[in-house]
Design a protein around this ligand. Structure first.
Ligand SMILES: [Zn+2]
Length: 144
């Protein structure tokens, strides 16, 4: 390390989800976004659940989805709580209304947060971290 250079940043935390959340991230770690869908009535869910609130079925399976949605809300971080993210500030965390219905939280990629607007069309881009975990990211995408 040369004099005056910054110390290396710590590694980003890899979450260790459990239960149905672990199933969600394990499916995402295949490189494609999956959502839980009821086999009885086709309703989509996120976050994952044990029973369908529409028909009461427990036959909920993770299925690959389009990954397309629109920006519902967001926040921009200028001072990271975790120093491992310092290199990425300012960064935006989005709530995206997926075409299938559920809303999902993910990180903005591929554009400056200043350009965000409500209903901006985006598509999911999965950042596979381990066999069991992936970060959900969204990039701007023209509407289909
Ligand atoms: Zn159902």
């Amino acid at each position: 390390m040369s004099e005056g250079s910054a110390p290396p940043l710590p590694q980003k935390l890899i979450p260790d989800p459990d239960g149905r959340n672990a199933d969600f991230y394990r499916h995402a770690a295949t490189g494609r976004l999956h959502l839980q869908q009821c086999s009885g009535c086709s309703h989509f869910y996120h976050p994952p659940r044990y029973l369908c609130r529409e028909c009461g079925s427990d036959a909920l399976a993770f299925v690959p989805v389009s990954g397309r949605g629109r920006v519902f809300s967001w926040t921009v971080t200028h001072r990271p709580v975790d120093a491992a993210w310092a290199r990425e500030i300012p960064y935006a965390t989005l709530v995206v209304a997926m075409d299938e219905g559920p809303r999902i939280v993910g990180a903005l990629r591929g554009m400056d947060p200043e350009g965000l607007r409500l209903d901006l069309p985006v598509r999911a881009e999965i950042e596979v971290v381990t066999d069991d975990f992936a970060r959900i990211c969204f990039v701007p995408a023209p509407a289909a």
